[in-house]
Design a protein around this ligand. Sequence first.
Ligand code: EPU
Length: 425
Amino acid sequence: VEEFVVRAGTPLSGTVRLSGAKNSALKLIAACLLADGTHHLHEVPRIDDVETMAELVSAMGVSVERSPDADLLQVTVPPELVPVAPYELVERMRASIVVLGPLLTRHGYARVSLPGGDDFGHRPIDFHLRAFEAMGAKFTTEHGYVEGHCDRLHGARIVLEFPSHTTTDNIVMAACLAKGGTLIENAAREPEIVDLIEMLNSMGARIVGAGTSRIEIEGVDELAPADHTTIPDRVETATYLGAAAVAGGSIFIERARPDHLDMLLEKLRAMGLSITPTSAGLQVERSGPLRAVDVVTLPYPGVATDYMPLIVAMLSVAEGVAIVTENLFRGRFRYVDELRRMAADIRTEGHHIVVRGVRQLSGARVRATDLRAGAALVLAGLGADGETFVSGAEHVDRGYADYAGKLRALGADVERRSTGHGEQP
Ligand code: EPU
């Protein structure tokens, strides 16, 4: 078991290079299932969720090789797959559900364990199943597995009840090889979905409307292997923006895409950060104090729910009172209790959080309850006196490549070490 040890220090300086986006890479690997042959995926981040996805497709008969010195993944898909996603892997990572669409559309059959994953409230898969039913699949649920059967899927008009990210991914992938045209209304618009669609189109798919809430897919009979570069991770970008906000200083975030971050940058500028886009990334500087601003999470292009814990950590040390409203995952508040252990002044009211900034937090032992919570607690430690120990570092490894190392390169005092004991109670 490992933990982060964080001490506040001098203002940050230097450059950090972003990894590829987790929530793109996972879907790009799933999309490889749509075409046999060898795919080349560049800028695939070295994180645990990618390892889990690689294990998942390997269990289906795919070979996944990482080149030793670059973030290149070679994915070789055989003509016949074992169309099963077992409990052990799906339980570890809910995003595994994105193999359902590719398997159904290529094999007419899939057996996928019902998902577990991050512990923040009830996260059902009913949207996915309803969409595939509209495309001709039939499902049964038994022994914790959902089993889907179909002949060749057919196109359909699908109106999503909510612009769900992975549901949109899943439908787009399935529709690529379906018979006829599919129209998704109220589709999710995240940059990672645009990335997936760009890769699919380069493989021979016929998809228009990426990045809008109306996506049209004309089914084709066959796709070719991909050679594709993953977009940079916008949540990782938000994290290093948060580090500069809390610790102060001036840093350069290499590869950052401001066009993927509009609303967040607006909020952070209102909080007092100076953010200047260049052709290579973002220059970020905090010279004065941070100010409180209200934030509401919404589907893209709104402020992402994944930024929430990071923003609350920043607001904990900002001047003034802010109200933060979470609209996507209502159970995603467990990190608030941990921030309170660090003397943050935060109250929750239903799905609202009221944050009253304090001058300085107080270093304490805290626990990462999920991936983004862990990243946020480390940021809070940069604004605390004394030492902050963040246990549960393994949650952070799901989505961050070398978090402590990248922060250290910016001059932050963050170490990672073994706690010397086994699984904590
Ligand atoms: N929903 C349903 N039924 C469904 C699917 C979703 O009711 O079948 C609801 C959810 O419960 C939630 C809302 O729809 O209230 C939106 O969920 P969405 O499906 O958009 O979330 P997701 O696709 O499961 C992705 C990211 C999350 C990110 C959310 C929101 C991946 C692998 N995950 O999840 O990222 O928080 O979109 O933007 O793309 C993370 O990176 O740590 C992470 C959790």
